[in-house]
Design a protein around this ligand. Structure first.
Ligand SMILES: NC(=O)c1ccc[n+]([C@@H]2O[C@H](COP(=O)([O-])OP(=O)(O)OC[C@H]3O[C@@H](n4cnc5c(N)ncnc54)[C@H](O)[C@@H]3O)[C@@H](O)[C@H]2O)c1
Length: 315
């Protein structure tokens, strides 16, 4: 049984990593400041003796050191981050959490001899892709502060892996969604915000003709990629795309939601925003070859589950 510390463990991806590690018989320490985390994502474990919750901010070097000294984790999965819209709104906080916070975590991993660190980067490092499916060697073409912090994170990971012997695996997540996601995140604009708006009879906005695509991955699959990498000694100091390789257009997402909810959306069509990424589609060859990773949740099943939770009043 190993001890695994998960930053952002009350959030969307981190809470699934916690569940999967507990199911495997490991013990879990969740670190989260509940900026976008949900009590619903942690409450079922609070009486489990293999589960600890530390409500701290990873931007504080002292608090991170305190938690590592107290729990002495063997593995770490670092998912805590400010999301894209919040990073635009609060740039200083984005630097404190995404860059300084990441440095605090890697540094603590180095000092305590952590065996493997997995963490969340983003497909936003690629910007508007020059080709699809996007392979991991696609050039960085980021235009956002959030993406800049992800590129800085990747550079920090590489430098510390070699200079301080912290083996890492980083994941460039594509469009991650689940019933556990906080409503503040940018990615929720299309998927969750549309579901909630259509359900409540509110208008939704469609930019352009709806041909823009997403590569939608359920958070439980993104979590599985982390767990696979954590315990694979052969794979280290690499970045992988986490996607399905399947593009779903906004038009398709809209009709899927309408069918599952049994309601017609009120759609306001506006001119396409030139800053929006037009296509997201991951090449999944590298992650499939190295980790044997294959997504298990289809967009249809994932959306159905989200809507079931919504109708049961769980969201
Ligand atoms: N959701 C997506 O589509 C997506 C896409 C690409 C990359 N990512 C990356 O994946 C990772 C996990 O994303 P998610 O979807 O689970 O997001 P999330 O917002 O659900 O989870 C992040 C968690 O980190 C916590 N947190 C934020 N700032 C913190 C701080 N200073 N100290 C401690 N905890 C803090 C939040 O409260 C939240 O629970 C992040 O690094 C994110 O940038 C997500």
């Amino acid at each position: 049984m190993a001890k695994i510390l998960i930053t952002g463990g009350a959030g969307n991806i981190g809470s699934f990593i916690a569940d999967q590690c507990l199911e495997m018989g490991h013990s879990v320490v969740v670190v989260d400041n509940f900026y976008n985390g949900k009590f619903n994502n942690v409450k079922q474990h609070l009486k489990n003796e293999n589960y600890s919750l530390e409500t701290i901010d990873i931007g504080s070097h002292e608090m991170v050191k305190y938690v590592f000294d107290k729990h002495k984790p063997e593995y770490v999965s670092h998912q805590a981050s400010l999301m894209i819209m919040d990073s635009d709104k609060f740039p200083e906080k984005a630097i404190d959490t995404n860059i300084k916070g990441t440095f605090n975590i890697i540094n603590a991993c180095a000092k305590s001899g952590v065996k493997k660190l997995t963490y969340g980067s983003s497909a936003s490092v690629y910007g508007n892709p020059r080709f699809v499916p996007v392979t991991e060697d696609h050039p960085f073409d980021n235009r956002t502060l959030y993406g800049a912090t992800k590129i800085a994170k990747e550079a920090l990971m590489h430098s510390w892996a070699y200079s301080h012997n912290v083996p890492f695996v980083g994941f460039r997540y594509f469009n991650i969604y689940s019933e556990r996601q906080g409503l503040g995140a940018f990615y929720t604009q299309v998927f969750q915000k549309w579901i909630h708006a259509i359900y409540e009879g509110r208008e939704i906005i469609m930019y352009g003709d709806g041909s823009q695509t997403l590569d939608l991955v359920h958070s439980s699959d993104a979590a599985r990629a982390n767990v696979l990498a954590m315990f694979n000694d052969e794979v280290k100091n690499e970045h992988f795309n986490v996607g399905t390789g399947i593009e779903t257009s906004l038009k398709e997402i809209l009709s899927l939601i309408e069918n599952l909810l049994g309601k017609k959306a009120k759609v306001k069509y506006v001119e396409s925003d030139p800053h929006l990424v037009k296509r997201r589609c991951a090449s999944v060859k590298k992650i499939s070859d190295a980790l044997g990773f294959k997504p298990q949740v289809t967009v249809n099943d994932g959306t159905k589950k989200y809507i079931e939770y919504l109708l049961e009043g769980k969201i």
